[in-house]
Design a protein around this ligand. Structure first.
Ligand SMILES: C[S@@+](CC[C@H](N)C(=O)[O-])C[C@H]1O[C@@H](n2cnc3c(N)ncnc32)[C@H](O)[C@@H]1O
Length: 353
C-alpha cells in the first residue's frame, strides 16, 4: 500500500476512567444528585419519557446515562467530554476543517445529528449554517445549554422510538455510531424515509483494523491485540460490531441510496510521522485512545464485573493482565519504531431526487 494518508473512492456494494481502584460498594449503581433544572433551562431539550432522562448513574468511579440505563457502556462525564472534544478536533483535521463531505449547498434547512454526544458537531453545524435547524439526538442529556438558537437537543433512543424529530432533512449525520447501533442499516432505512429527495446521509467511523505501510508492525502488535480484545468484549457484552463501517456502502445501496462514496484516512499510531500535520493526528489519536482505555477499564474490561478470556489462550485474564496490556498500548502510542495506522472511514450517500 502506498504512503498516502487518505483517498476517496466511489464505494460500491461489492467493496467490499478515573478510579480503577474501587471498592465493591462502588459497583452498586446510584442515582445522581444531578440538577435537572440546569437542562430545563434549555427549553429545546425534550424528555421523551420521564424526568429520568435528565438523570445519571454513577458506577466504577464514572458517570453514565440513566435513560435506557446500560444501553451504552461508555461514560458521559467530564473526562468523556474532553475525549470527545479532542476526537472532534481530529475528525475536523482529517477533513481539512470541513464538518461533512456531502454536498448540501450553502443554505440547508434541516440537519439531524444522531448520537450527538456532547453536541460539538451539531453546534458547529448550526454556527456554519444559520439557515438550518439542527437537531442533535442522544440517550444522554449532556449537551451544552449555551447553544446557537438554531440547535435543538433531544433525548431519545434512536433504536427504540420513532426517533425522527422532523423530516425533509438535507443531511442526517452519524459519527462513531455505526459501531454501537444494533442495526445501522435499520436506522439508515428510517432516515431514508425522512431525508428529502436529493438529501444526504453521512457516517464518520473509526475502523480499528490496524494497518502498516511497511514491515515494521509485528503480527502481535499490541494495539491490534487491544482492539481485537475490545471488539470481542463489546460484541459479547453489547452486540456491537467494531468493524461495522465496512458494511455501510452495501447497506446504503440496498436501502436505495445512490452516489455512495467513501473516503479513508489513515491516522498514525505512535510518534513516527515526519510530516508535522500527520504527527498532530498521532497526538490527537493518542489522547483519545488513552481516555478510551480508561473508559474500557471502568466497565467492559473490568475484571470485577466480567470474566474476560485471553484471545490467545482462552484463560481468564486477571486485572493485572489487563492493566499490563493497557500499559503496553500506552507505550505504543508514543513509540517511533512501528509505523502503524488506524483507518477512519467517511461514507456518504444521497437519496435519489
Ligand atoms: C461514540 S459517542 C459519539 C458522539 C458524537 N457523535 C461524536 O462523534 O462526538 C456515541 C453517542 O451515542 C449515544 N447513543 C448510544 N446509543 C444510542 C441510541 N440508541 N440512541 C441515541 N443515542 C445513542 C451515546 O449516548 C453517545 O453520546
Amino acid at each position: 500500500m502506498d504512503d498516502s494518508s487518505d483517498f476517496i473512492e466511489p464505494a460500491s456494494a461489492h467493496d467490499d476512567d478515573s478510579s480503577l481502584h474501587v471498592h465493591d460498594a462502588d459497583f452498586h449503581a446510584v442515582t445522581s444528585d444531578y440538577d435537572p433544572t440546569l437542562h430545563e433551562r434549555n427549553e429545546s431539550l425534550v424528555g421523551s419519557v420521564t424526568s429520568s432522562v435528565n438523570e445519571h448513574i454513577y458506577e466504577n468511579g464514572r458517570r453514565y446515562h440513566k435513560y435506557k440505563s446500560g444501553r451504552y457502556p461508555i461514560p458521559n462525564d467530564d473526562k468523556e467530554a474532553s475525549r470527545e472534544t479532542v476526537r472532534n478536533a481530529l475528525f475536523q483535521e482529517l477533513l481539512g476543517g470541513r464538518l461533512h463531505l456531502s454536498p448540501i449547498g450553502d443554505a440547508p434547512h434541516n440537519i439531524m445529528d444522531i448520537g450527538t454526544g456532547f453536541g460539538d458537531w451539531a453546534i458547529d453545524m448550526a454556527d456554519r449554517y444559520p439557515s438550518a435547524r439542527v437537531v442533535g439526538l442522544d440517550l444522554s442529556p449532556i449537551q451544552s445549554v449555551w447553544i446557537p438558537p438554531n440547535v435543538e437537543f433531544v433525548v431519545d433512543d434512536v433504536e427504540d422510538n420513532a426517533w425522527i424529530h422532523g423530516s425533509d432533512y438535507d443531511l442526517v449525520h452519524l459519527r462513531m455510531m455505526a459501531v454501537i447501533l444494533k442495526s445501522p442499516a435499520t436506522v439508515a432505512a428510517t432516515a431514508f424515509q425522512h431525508i428529502k429527495p436529493g438529501g444526504w446521509i453521512e457516517f464518520h467511523e473509526v475502523y480499528p483494523r490496524i494497518g502498516c505501510h511497511d514491515d515494521t508492525m509485528p503480527d502481535d502488535y499490541v494495539v491490534g491485540r487491544f482492539y481485537r480484545l475490545v471488539a470481542r468484549e463489546l460484541q459479547r457484552q453489547h452486540g456491537w460490531d467494531l468493524y461495522a463501517a465496512e458494511h455501510l456502502p452495501a447497506q446504503l445501496e440496498q436501502i436505495g441510496f445512490v452516489n455512495i462514496q467513501r473516503k479513508v484516512c489513515h491516522v498514525p499510531i505512535g510518534y513516527w510521522p515526519k510530516d508535522p500535520h500527520r504527527m498532530q493526528h498521532a497526538f490527537l489519536f493518542e489522547e483519545t485512545l488513552a481516555e478510551f482505555i480508561a473508559a474500557m477499564l471502568a466497565k467492559p474490561l473490568n475484571t470485577r464485573v466480567h470474566d474476560i478470556a485471553s484471545l490467545e489462550t482462552g484463560e481468564i485474564l486477571t486485572a493485572q493482565d489487563i492493566d499490563a496490556l493497557c500499559a503496553e498500548v500506552q507505550a505504543a502510542l508514543c513509540a517511533r519504531n512501528v509505523h502503524a495506522y488506524i483507518p477512519f472511514h467517511f461514507v456518504w450517500a444521497q437519496k435519489p431526487i
